[in-house]
Design a binder for this molecule. Structure first.
Ligand SMILES: [Fe+2]
Length: 189
């Protein structure tokens, strides 16, 4: 009997999220499943998941659990579109469907990670995530980063699985040394 690869992936992710207390265990269990999803039949990706927005990267919701335990989005990055510097306050697993996604890491160098001001940040390294790549993060401490596609590279599409509904996240003002929680919009399936 065959099952829909997306349904299987979601079921596996929900089981992982329910069965593991540690974020690091969750991402370690889910990352290989994201790899399998990328390498398998991608017919589960519909035209609605490839919607883009000329003004900002597009967040297309694929799945959100009723209990808010997990959510899965297809993000579409047109050339030159970037997130602000942000963290998710959650674990996450990212898989690249198309193109090259760039992630630039930002390191928090003050000793008060629960504060929203007086934040010290330093630029960290970056990584180029090609098609088929899977990467993960955990909030131990917050994974601060910005993600996008430089203007001279083609569109990228990526899948983002989070350990909560990702309807808000912290964005950072690097110069002011502050962060604030903002709502982030998405397109429904
Ligand atoms: Fe992010």
């Amino acid at each position: 009997m065959t099952s829909d690869p997306l349904d299987s992936f979601i079921a596996d992710c929900r089981a992982c999220a329910a069965g593991h207390g540690e974020a690091a265990d969750c991402v370690a269990a889910i990352a290989p499943k994201m790899l399998d999803l990328l390498r398998g039949d991608r017919a589960f990706l519909k035209p609605a998941h490839f919607r883009s927005d000329p003004d900002q990267y597009a967040r297309n919701l694929i799945y959100a659990s009723d209990d808010g335990d997990i959510s899965l989005y297809a993000l579409v990055w047109l050339p030159g579109q970037w997130t602000p510097v942000h963290d998710h306050g959650s674990w996450g697993v990212v898989g690249v469907v198309e193109g090259v996604l760039e992630e630039r890491n930002v390191i928090r160098i003050d000793d008060h990670h629960d504060r929203n001001s007086g934040i010290g940040l330093a630029r960290g390294g970056m990584i180029l995530l090609g098609e088929g790549t899977v990467t993960t993060f955990v909030p131990n401490p917050d994974h601060i980063h910005l993600t996008g596609v430089p203007a001279d590279r083609p569109r990228a599409v990526s899948l983002h699985l989070y350990g909560r509904m990702m309807s808000s996240f912290h964005i950072y003002d690097v110069e002011a040394g502050t962060r604030r929680l903002v709502d982030v919009a998405h397109n429904e399936s």
